[in-house]
Design a protein around this ligand. Structure first.
Ligand SMILES: [Zn+2]
Length: 126
């Protein structure tokens, strides 16, 4: 493959270009390095069915859905914030966690919506 910046040839598993120093993530590394986010709620709070949780990864919003979602990420430390826009509560159940995403592995976290809109959801690394 070639460096995305200087276009010089580089090794398949290179993470830094030897020509220009550009930090690269090879397809292979990105593909195998994942963050799996599992979101759920108590079925008694069935109104949550009508909204979707939002997963923020280092402040970048990803509209999500209940269940399991997988994000391909380069390895590193990430701040994950999850909440549910619910009626007039824009960030219902908001809670955050810092996770270390390890190269070549799937890091898993779970988020359980709170029982009341005034509480935090429970978020943890599995
Ligand atoms: Zn380069």
């Amino acid at each position: 493959m070639n460096c995305s910046k200087c276009k010089n040839p580089i090794g398949e598993n290179a993470t830094v270009c030897g020509w220009c120093g550009e930090v690269l993530y090879t397809k292979n590394v990105v593909y195998n390095t994942k963050l799996e986010v599992k979101t759920s709620f108590n079925p008694l709070n069935y109104l949550f069915l009508f909204c979707s949780p939002v997963v923020e990864i280092n402040g970048e919003k990803h509209r999500s859905s209940w269940g399991t979602q997988t994000f391909n990420l380069p390895e590193g430390e990430y701040n994950i914030t999850i909440y549910i826009p619910y009626l007039s509560w824009k960030r219902c159940g908001e809670n955050s966690i810092t996770v270390n995403v390890v190269a070549g592995k799937t890091t898993k976290i779970s988020f359980r919506a709170p029982h009341t809109v005034f509480s935090k959801g429970s978020i943890k690394v599995l």
